[in-house]
Structures are given as C-alpha cells and as structure tokens.
Design a binder for this molecule. Structure first.
Ligand code: AHR
Length: 868
C-alpha cells in the first residue's frame, strides 16, 4: 500500500517536473514591459509576505506563485508577530527596489528592505523613528532635487497622533521627524483573484517579471525535491542492482578530526531535570510566573508543598543568602512534625544502596532550635531513606548530610521536617546522587552523560542555540552569572518556557568537555538577542534591538573575561576564579562561537565586529566562529557569509533542519563551496520526517549527509546534530537525538549514526567512485560511500549508505591497498524506513582485494580494516 502511494507520488513528481520544465522554455513572443502589482494578502494578515501579480493591460491579473513571497517580515516573535502590513514598494532612480511596511500598531518602528531585482532581498531594518508613537502605513516618495527618500507614516498613539515625515539617503540614517498635515499615498486597490488587495503598481521591463517567474518555479521545483522520501517501491528497480566501488588512494586529502561533536542546549529540560544531576526541583525557590505562563502553578512554590501538622509556608525576599538568589522559604511551624515536601522533577529516582548528598541553607532565630529530619518517602508514606542534620543555626549556614536509599524507586519525594516550632528559613535545598559522571560534585547524571560520552564527541557546543542569545536583551545568557558558589549564581528564565538554575554553569560545562576529552565550544550572543524574541523591553521588540552601544564595552569585556576564565593563569583575575572552583590548570579554550543564527542586520554587524575585533586584538589564537542564519539559503545565509568573508573569519556556523528529500537531493551542497573562504561548522542539523520521529528514514538521511560532509571535511571542520536531549513529557522540540526519563535512556536511531561516525572517524580522506549496474539518477543518488583513514590506528574505514529498497551486491576494489589482517569489522544499521528501534549489529567480513559486500536494503554500513 505504502509503495503504491510512493509510486504514484513519484509519477506526480515526474509530471510536475516536466510541467515545470515547459515553463522554462524560451518564448518567442513576449512584451517589452508590463505592469506589476506588489501587495500583501489581506486574508493572510500579512503573514505571507509580499506577493506579486502582473498584467499587460491592467485588466487581467496573473499572480506569481500564485502566492509566492520573496520577502517576509522577520520582525519579533513567531506566531502573532512577523507580519507585513500595508507594504509600499518603490523603485528608486538607480533601479533598486525599496520596500517599507508596517510592523504592528504598537512599536515605534517601521520595516525596510531593499532588492536589486525583486528576487533577492537584503537585510531588513526596523528604524526606531517614533519614540512614544507608532508607525502606521509607512510610504515612500523621492525628492529628486535633494536626492533623498521621503518616508511618511501615521501615528495614532495618544499625544502623538498625526502624520509624520523623515528623509533618508540610505535607509540607515534618518533626519529628525516632522509632523505634517497630509501626504500622498502610492497605494491603490485592485481585485486579485477575486479578493480586494491594497498595494503599489509599477511598470517594469518584461525581464523583471520573467525573472520572478523563473525564481518562483525554481523554488517550487526545489520544494518538490524536498518532498522526496526514502521509502521507494522495489519494483522501480526492475532488475537487481550491483555496485562496484573503487578507490584512488593516491587522491587523498587531510580532513578534520573534529568532525563529530555535540551541541548541548538547555531545551526540553536537558539541564535541570536532565543532565544536571540535581534531584530537587526549584531548589532555590526562584521559579517566576513569567517563565512559564502555561502552568498556573509556576511560581516560587512550584514543586513544593507542606505536609502534616500546622505549618505556614511563605516565600520571603527580605534577607536572602545572596542578592542573586533572592527568594527563600519561610516556614512557621506551630506543631513539630510538619514537613516541607519537594516532588522532584516528575518524582525522585533512587537506587537501593546508593548514597545521596543532601544539603541546604537554613537559619532560625528561635531560642529553641532543633535538627532537621530529612526523609525520602513514597506516595503511601513508605520511608526509603532517612537522616538528620545538625541543629539549625541562627544565621544562614549550609548543613549537609549523606543519606542512603534503602529501596529502588522512580517516584520518591523529599521531606524536610524541622524538629522544632517557630520560624525556620530554608534555601538551596539540594539532593545529589554521589554517583555522578566521573564522580564530580555538583555533577552530571551518570547514565545520561555516559550515553553522550559513548558517541566520542570531539567537541561540545554549549549553552545554546537560542538559549545563548536569549529572549530579549535582558535574557542574553551571561556566563559570569553561572560560575562560583551555587547560592551566588544568578538563575534565569529559559526561553523555552521554564527555569535555568545555572547549577550547570560554565565551570561544569568546561569540566564536562574535559571529562569527555572534547574541545569546549562556548557560544556567546553577538550583542543581540534571539531574532524571535517576544520580549518588548526595548523600544522595539526582539533581536531588532541590540545591547545599547553605551553598554557594549562592558559586554565585550565580559567575553574577554570568559577567555581569561578558561585560559588565563591561575593568578589572573578570572583564572583565579577557575582555580578557586578546583581547576587551576587552564581549560585550553580554542573556539568561541559569537552569535546564533541571528538576523544579519546593521545592528548585528556593528556589535559582532566590536566583539570580533576585541578578541582578535587580545586573543588572536582564538578561533571565532561566526553565524550565517537559520537556513541553508536566504538573506541571513548570504549576508552572514558575505560578512564572514569580508572580515576573514576563520569559520562560520551553519544551521538547517531539513526533510529527507533535501538531504537526498543536495549531496553536492559542500562540494561547491569555495575553499578560500571561511571553514564551516555545521552546528545544528537534523533530518525531519513529517512524523517528527527520528526513525531509520531520518537516520539514513543523516548518514548520507555525513558521508557527503566527510568528503568535504577539508572545509566542513565540525558538525553537531540538534537538539541533543529531550526529556519525555517535557519537549519543546522534536525530534531530539536522545530521549530520557528519570530512570531510562532512549537513544534514537539517529544517535547510532552519530555514534558510528564518532567511533569511526578519520583524518585522511581517500577519493572513491561508485559505479552501479543501473545508472538511473534516482537509483544512483541513493548509494554513497566515503573512505577515510584513521592514522592513529592505521585503519581504513569505509562507510556506505544504501537508501534503496533492495540490497545491492557490491564489490569493493581494494587492490591498491595493503590490508594487514584478513578480517574486517562490519557494523550495520538497517530496517524499514519507519523503524524507530533499528540498532547497529556487528559482524566480520573476509578481506580480499575484491571485497564482496551485500549492502542491505535501507542500510548504513561501516567496514573497518587494518592496513599496512
Ligand atoms: O536546536 C533547537 C534550536 O534551533 C536552537 O536553539 C536554535 O539555534 C535553532 O533555531
């Protein structure tokens, strides 16, 4: 049934392709010019971006696409924002196209973007022009005498209502605004496909329309290719397929040995409640309602309750342990025996016989003070563990006690039972398994860290993603808030809708890298927050506002401090803090990411350059990794690459989450990269199937891509799948590489692809060729190989992906290699494309100069053999 569907889809694809190609034919009789109407759909409330329709006679109109947009508003948050209202397109005397539009009825800015040809659109800008007002229906005219544009708009905010104007020569600097009495509008109304739309009318050369049409058709064709799936009807093979794989060992090149790494972001409860081994949720009473508006119980008492006896439980802020950690619990116990209870993150998992470090800060001004009885209990009152602290002190002090679990359970809770009456204040109530990864204090969950370590990552990118640049300027991740004593760290809201305790902070990240034998790759914001920020704590919202320039010196210094913290002498100001945390030796930081898929605007560029220049001047040895947007194409990709090339950055960070068809049909993506330009760090990628599971289909596409990346590992120096972790029941993003609960680790099929590549990477690439018995492009493109040498072990590693629905009898010609042993190890991942449980199997294979290997249907194989 599925194959029937796939086959008819294939016929449809072929049909559409041939239809599309007829559109590409050159016509013999076309007009010199025509009308074009630029508008945004009323029905889509501006979410569709700018549309075009053309006409010869202004009577019959033809939509391009029909509703294909080459430019959409990228302002502020997803969902209700990112809308283009009332756009006005204007052709400047130099032929360029200038477009302005309204963003919303709230903010003090309008939007501007320009294009040379209506197809490629440059960076958008959102000038803050109307403090205390708004910018409705912006319009453009041109003053030919003064050679400047005149932008007009309306404001309806109280005290600011009226019509305004400003002039500009470049849409970067604007003259002071002036109130005017009236203005002319360029807009007209037209009926397009039965709907009344408002926009601007232009007479253009036919070539302009022709280019728009062809660009739209190419985009449509790329969309068809992207829809290709891995599952295929075996009947389309017609005859068995064989492959001859030959090697040209003389054509070799050194490749990056840092290719396989990981990207850890605190998304999907990856840190608190995840990798960070703390078992107490909201240990610091710092949860704030605005962090998670979906949960009505999300506040400083979240995960806490009281049990038995007469007890008042309040949150106080008047005299905290530290100003960064201002909330604490204030209990007033009327009758001893009452307990403060924590439910953990989905319960507390305990293992019989394991020891747990309990600690808290506590004080009581009462004359008669008692100890605290600490219990780990079950829902029905079972006591799994019990211990007592020393007597509660008068002033804030840390008390600690080790507690041993008598029973294994996944669902315990913590009870803190003061053995006194009166007022007791408590904070930083913590319970840590002693068995953390590598036994580190304040460490990481051992099983989860181990499954990561098993991938043999060569580097770790952290702490985000969007978490690094944050939800608005105030939420930019500041590394210095995450080091030092836990009670002095500054917790913050997590842009994915929860809380970051900062317990897993920069020290712990660096230490984890060291424990993994991986290079640390921290990412700092480029002075701008996430492009999708919803916070309006700036005159205009989101990324479009950066850290004010008057605060940028301080921000740049904080980044320089980070480098000193990682690499400085233990006597230096920041190196001393590292040494105080127990690591006098430097962490040997070599790479630093600046920015995360930001909009490449003037606001970004100004700040990025400041940061980059300062690092280059003080720490020229640090490899700064720039950012080129969230997609494999588009304005931020183009502008990001242009900036990186212009300022000679050593490396840029690319991101793309794509469908199987994209990976199948873009195998030469990096082969066409200019080797003289910056290197690539593919910092975030994943194959997304419609079900959003990482199944064999997705995993095979990722393997295929990595094979193609390995061929290009002279330019693609590093890669990391994203996101890494997802706690079941708490995901904001799917698919993730490794799912987990409090007691189980559930790696996906894709995890095993990453692991196979991590375990079998190399540092030298050998050119190979695949010749198939059936050379049809749809068959040929589904088999890919790469040959690498691991010089440390002198092993030849052959990776082969077979995305065909049939097995392929292959002969690997090793006649020009000298095998050292007669057996090769073989690891194979295979199954049905929908399979979510496929796991690699290991076997061995007789080595010969014409090595015979049957590539299973839908498989990824790694063959590893010793050579002389
Ligand atoms: O990996 C999840 C998110 O995807 C990252 O935070 C962000 O960089 C990207 O948009």
């Amino acid at each position: 049934m599925r194959f029937k569907k796939t086959f008819s889809r294939l016929l449809l694809v072929i049909g559409i392709i041939s239809y599309t190609s007829t559109q590409f034919t050159i016509r013999a009789n076309e007009p010199d010019s025509a009308y074009i109407f630029a508008y945004t759909s009323e029905a889509m409330k501006g979410g569709g971006g700018l549309f075009f329709a053309w006409s010869i006679d202004q009577a019959s109109w033809h939509q391009i696409g029909p509703e294909h947009s080459f430019v959409k508003s990228d302002y502020s948050a997803w969902g209700s924002e990112k809308r283009m209202y009332a756009p006005v397109l204007f052709q400047a005397p130099d032929g360029s196209w200038q477009c302005v539009w309204e963003l919303n009825d709230r903010d003090a800015a309008f939007a501007h973007a320009s294009s040379p040809d209506l197809v490629y659109w440059g960076p958008q800008s959102y000038p803050i022009i109307m403090p205390e007002g708004n910018c409705l229906k912006p319009d453009i005219t041109y003053d030919a005498g003064l050679k400047e544009y005149v932008v007009t708009w309306e404001s309806n905010k109280p005290g600011k209502s009226g019509v305004y104007r400003s002039t500009t020569k470049d849409f970067k600097a604007y003259s002071p605004i002036q109130k005017i009495n009236s203005r002319q509008s360029n807009k007209i109304e037209l009926l397009i496909d039965g709907a009344k739309e408002t926009g601007t009318l232009h007479r253009v050369a036919w070539s302009v329309i022709d280019k728009l049409q062809k660009a739209q058709q190419l985009a449509a064709y790329a969309g068809i290719l992207r829809n290709e799936r891995v599952a295929m009807d075996p009947a389309v093979m017609r005859t068995p397929v064989t492959a001859t794989i030959s090697l040209q060992p003389e054509k070799k090149k050194p490749i990056s040995d840092l290719l396989m790494g990981i990207f850890f972001e605190d998304i999907n409860y990856a840190a608190d409640g995840g990798l960070y081994a703390e078992l107490i949720q909201n240990r610091d009473f710092e949860y704030q309602p605005e962090e998670n508006r979906r949960d009505p119980e999300w506040d400083s008492k979240k995960a806490w309750s009281v049990k038995a006896g007469e007890i008042d439980f309040n949150i106080e802020t008047s005299s905290p342990i530290h100003e960064n950690n201002s909330h604490y619990a204030a209990l007033t116990i009327k009758q001893a025996g009452a307990a403060l209870v924590n439910e953990g993150f989905d319960g507390i998992a305990l293992k019989a016989g394991d020891k747990y470090d309990f600690s808290l800060f506590v004080r009581s001004q009462e004359a008669k003070r008692g100890k605290l009885l600490i219990r780990l209990t079950g829902k029905n009152g079972e006591v799994y563990a019990e211990a007592s602290t020393s007597t509660v002190p008068k002033e804030w002090k840390k008390l600690q006690v080790v507690i041993t679990a008598k029973q294994t359970t996944s669902d315990a809770r913590l009870e803190v039972i003061p053995q006194q009456t009166g007022r007791v204040d408590l904070d930083m109530i913590s319970l840590f398994p002693q068995k953390t990864f590598k036994g580190r204090k304040n460490g990481l969950r051992a099983d989860l860290a181990q499954v990561i370590a098993d991938m043999k990552p060569r580097f770790v990118r952290f702490p985000g993603g969007c978490v690094a640049h944050g939800n608005g300027i105030e939420n930019i991740y500041r590394w210095e808030n995450t080091i030092g004593n836990l009670e002095e760290r500054k917790p913050q809201s997590n842009l994915w809708g929860y809380h970051q305790s900062a317990g897993l902070g920069y020290f712990e990240y660096f230490q984890f890298c060291e424990d993994l034998g991986a290079e640390p790759l921290p990412v700092v914001a480029a002075g701008v927050p996430c492009q999708n920020s919803a916070k309006h704590n700036h005159p205009i919202g989101g990324q479009q506002g950066g850290i004010p320039m008057c605060e940028m010196d301080e921000y740049v210094q904080s980044i320089l401090n980070l480098i000193e913290y990682a690499n400085g002498d233990a006597k230096s100001e920041w190196g001393r803090k590292r040494a105080a945390a127990g690591h006098p030796k430097p962490f040997n930081l070599k790479y630093l990411g600046v920015g995360n898929e930001d909009l490449i605007t003037d606001v970004f560029e100004e700040r990025f350059r400041m940061i980059n220049d300062a690092i280059k001047a003080k720490y020229p040895e640090i490899i700064v990794i720039g950012t080129v947007g969230p997609f494999f194409e588009g304005t931020d990709y183009v502008e990001g690459w242009e900036l990186a090339s212009k300022i000679d950055l050593p490396m840029v960070d690319e991101h793309y989450y794509q469908s199987p068809g994209w990976f199948i049909n873009n195998q030469d993506y990096y082969d066409r990269y200019d080797r003289s330009k910056p290197q690539v760090y593919l910092g975030e990628y994943a194959a997304h199937v419609p079900s959003r599971y990482n199944n064999l289909e997705a995993a095979l596409c990722e393997a295929l891509h990595l094979i193609n990346v390995e061929r290009n590992a002279d330019i693609v120096a590093m890669t990391s799948y994203a996101p890494l972790l997802g706690k079941e029941g708490h995901t904001q993003w799917n698919p993730d590489l490794i799912y987990f609960t409090n007691t189980e680790i559930k790696p996906t099929v894709g995890y095993f692809v990453q692991k196979l590549f991590g375990e079998h990477s190399g540092n030298e690439y050998l050119t190979s060729q695949v010749k198939m018995s059936n050379n049809r492009p749809d068959i040929r493109k589904r088999v890919a190989t790469s040959f690498v040498i691991d010089q440390a072990t002198n092993d030849l590693i052959i990776k082969i992906a077979n995305l065909l629905p049939v097995s392929v009898a292959s002969t690997i010609d090793l006649s020009n290699m000298e095998p050292a042993e007669n057996q090769a190890a073989v690891y194979v991942l295979q199954g049905d494309p929908e399979d979510r449980d496929a796991r690699p199997t290991a076997s061995s294979l007789e080595v010969s100069s014409q090595l015979k290997y049957e590539l299973p249907a839908y498989s990824f194989s790694v063959i590893r053999l010793k050579i002389k």
